[in-house]
Design a protein around this ligand. Structure first.
Ligand SMILES: [Zn+2]
Ligand SMILES: [Zn+2]
Length: 124
């Protein structure tokens, strides 16, 4: 399953408020918070789009930005507890819609890997 292609801008003021309120804020906020949200769910999923913003290890979960049209919210959610056959953890939140992260293919990342395979000289 390909990754959903929805993206949006993070609301700057609300993002800063979330950082200030976080019990476990990222050490380098500018690296954790790019200013954009890219949906990480599988294409055609139900409900809101969702982007992981930063880990909250103290709560064994993460802060997610969920949006749908012009509505959005930040939510602290626990990790999806399902493990792949090989033992890999799902990188999405508990009870997310659509496929687990190991079955969601990011087309941009895949295109980069394909180009590296085809043109190893260019990528050294
Ligand atoms: Zn989406
Ligand atoms: Zn999952």
């Amino acid at each position: 399953m390909l990754q959903c292609t929805a993206f949006t801008s993070l609301p700057p003021v609300e993002t800063i408020v979330q950082l200030l309120m976080s019990s476990d804020p990222p050490e380098h906020p500018t690296k954790a918070v790019s200013g954009h949200a890219v949906c990480e769910l599988g294409d055609g999923h139900d409900g809101e789009h969702a982007d992981h913003v930063w880990d909250e290890d103290a709560r064994d979960g993460a802060i997610w930005f969920l949006w749908n049209g012009s509505r959005h919210r930040f939510l602290a959610l626990p990790w999806c507890p399902v493990k792949a056959a090989g033992g890999d953890a799902c990188e999405l939140y508990e009870e997310h819609p659509a496929d687990h992260s190991w079955d969601v293919e990011d087309p941009v990342r895949q295109a980069l890997w394909d180009d590296i395979d085809r043109n190893p000289d260019r990528w050294e």
